[in-house]
Each structure stands twice: as structure tokens, then as C-alpha cells.
Design a protein around this ligand. Structure first.
Ligand SMILES: NC(=O)c1ccc[n+]([C@@H]2O[C@H](COP(=O)([O-])OP(=O)(O)OC[C@H]3O[C@@H](n4cnc5c(N)ncnc54)[C@H](OP(=O)(O)O)[C@@H]3O)[C@@H](O)[C@H]2O)c1
Length: 261
């Protein structure tokens, strides 16, 4: 897909992968970008970047985002559903509110935005793209993330199924990163003083590199992108030699049971 002159929405644009996607895509000639998040001070002032504050776990905020995009840009050609929240803890520590919040943000928001993009393009022959940031953890079970992994596996299944409902001019892209450097400690788990795992520290790709790979994938009309090669080599290794992942999983679960409060 040619990115020039495209009207783009990026969720999770205030940090990490989404922020880098916003910065890189804004350099293409003629692009207009609506950058979505909650902490708007992280969105730069630029001619072609329009900030939009939204709580993506709320249906009404996603409706408002689509109305805003129609008013500001006359439509959306590329919707990158990238916002996500992380929960790192053993399952026994997670409460109903944790499940509800993470599923609404990570799963419902992407599913609903995809539905809205399909509705928006029902009567148009213009090319469009929906890109969804899933996670390599949808493909490799590891301890410490059961609820988060549940959200990403749900998204993975959704992508495989909804692909068949896309019209010929519509593209759907699944993005499967693992171990991307974060500028802050990971999500809700970190707030409670939990640490992330050894594997996360070992395999860290800068978000700018991940964003570059995603953009190359968009330009080449890929259906899936695995933008963190080192981490994916580790996934391959762990799936091929299960005794390594068994050892790693037992050690991490033990670490979590002793450190989690
Ligand atoms: N980092 C990794 O290793 C990794 C690995 C696999 C998959 N992923 C996925 O990749 C995506 C981006 O990850 P990242 O590491 O770049 O994350 P990040 O730096 O933590 O940024 C998350 C973004 O999502 C937004 N967000 C979270 N909850 C939101 C909500 N309820 N409403 C609106 N915005 C919300 C945040 O906005 P505000 O801060 O403004 O609220 C922020 O811009 C996520 O879907 C994540 O699950 C990341």
C-alpha cells in the first residue's frame, strides 16, 4: 500500500510503538494523522498530526473518534489499532476489574474499530487498511501473563476469522511483536511493584526499529508482521526444545509467587 496522502488514525500514539509509528508516518508526503491517547502532552505539535484524547475502553469514545476523523479528514484510509495495556502477575492475584479493563482496552477496542472501518468503507471502492498490534505471546505461552495472553490470543483469533469478511479493497494486518523496549515499567503489574521476566530484559528491540518494520510491512501488503526477529528466534527455540521453556516457566512462576504481593 502506498502511504503517501493517506488519512491515518493511530491509537496508543502517546508512547512506544504507536508514538514511533506516528513520527515516521508523519514524514510521508500528504499524510494526515489523528494521534490517539490519554496523555496528550506526548503528542508533538505538527501540521499533519491532530491529537485526539480517548479512553478506548469506552464505546462512546471510539464513536467520537470516528466522527472526529470524518470531520477533520473526511474519512480514514489506515486505522492502526495499537493501544494496549499490560498485566503481569499470576492469575490468582488478578481481580474482575483487571480482567474487564484489559479485555475492553486490548480486545473490544480493536474489534469495534474494525467493525466501524468495515461500515465506513462499505460503499466505497477506496483501498483501506486495518492494522492491529497483537503480540508474539499469542503464539508462545509463558508464565506471568495469563490474562494479557488471553487478550492477545482473542485478538489473534478475531483477525483470522474477520479476514474473510474484508472486501477486496480492504487489507487486514496482524502485528506480532515481543520484547519491545518500554520507556516506563510495564503496566498494572509494575504499579504493584512486580518485575518483568528475564526473557523480556534479554530481548529488547527499540520501538523505532519495530515501527520501521511495521511500515515496511504495510508498504509490502503483508498480512502478518513479526517485527522483533531476535525474540521470534527465541520463540522458535522454545517451541522446538520444550524442556527449555519448561525450565524457564517453572523458574519464572517461582519468582512471581515469591515476589508478587
Ligand atoms: N512492548 C512490548 O514488548 C510489546 C510486546 C507485544 C505486544 N505489544 C503490544 O504493542 C502495543 C503497543 O505497546 P507499547 O509497548 O508501545 O506500549 P506502551 O508504550 O505502554 O503504550 C501503550 C499506549 O496505549 C495507550 N493506551 C493504553 N490504554 C489505553 C486506554 N484505555 N485508552 C486509550 N489509550 C490507551 C497509551 O496511552 P496513554 O499512555 O496516553 O494512556 C499508550 O499510548 C500494545 O498493544 C501492546 O500490548 C507490546
Amino acid at each position: 500500500m502506498d502511504i503517501q496522502n493517506k488519512r491515518i488514525v493511530i491509537t496508543g500514539a502517546t508512547s512506544g510503538i504507536g508514538q514511533q509509528l506516528m513520527l515516521l508516518l508523519s514524514r510521508y508526503e500528504g499524510t494526515k494523522i489523528i494521534a490517539v491517547g490519554r496523555q496528550m502532552r506526548h503528542i508533538p505539535i505538527a501540521m499533519n498530526i491532530i491529537p485526539f484524547k480517548a479512553e478506548l475502553s469506552e464505546e462512546k469514545d471510539i464513536d467520537a473518534l470516528f466522527d472526529f476523523a470524518e470531520k477533520e479528514m473526511g474519512g480514514i484510509d489506515i486505522f492502526i489499532s495499537n493501544a494496549g495495556t499490560f498485566y503481569f502477575n499470576t492469575h490468582e492475584k488478578a481481580q474482575w476489574n483487571d480482567f474487564e479493563n484489559i479485555f475492553k482496552t486490548n480486545v473490544f477496542a480493536s474489534i469495534y474499530a474494525t467493525k466501524k472501518m468495515l461500515e465506513l468503507h462499505k460503499k466505497s471502492a477506496n483501498e483501506f487498511l486495518v492494522a492491529i498490534t497483537v503480540s508474539g505471546l499469542a503464539k508462545l505461552p509463558l508464565p506471568g501473563n495469563p490474562v494479557y495472553m488471553g487478550t492477545k490470543s482473542a485478538l489473534d483469533g478475531f483477525i483470522q476469522g474477520v479476514r474473510f469478511e474484508f472486501p477486496p479493497q480492504g487489507r487486514l494486518l496482524g502485528i506480532y511483536p515481543i520484547g519491545v523496549k518500554r520507556s516506563h515499567p510495564v503496566g498494572e503489574g509494575a504499579k504493584n511493584g512486580k518485575r518483568t521476566t528475564f526473557l523480556h530484559y534479554l530481548l529488547q528491540t527499540p520501538p523505532r526499529e519495530v515501527a520501521r518494520t511495521i511500515i515496511r510491512g504495510i508498504e509490502r501488503n503483508k498480512k502478518n508482521i513479526y517485527p522483533t526477529p531476535l525474540a521470534h528466534a527465541a520463540v522458535y527455540l522454545l517451541n522446538t526444545f520444550p524442556f527449555i521453556s519448561n525450565w524457564y516457566s517453572r523458574a519464572t512462576t517461582k519468582q512471581l509467587s515469591t515476589t508478587a504481593g
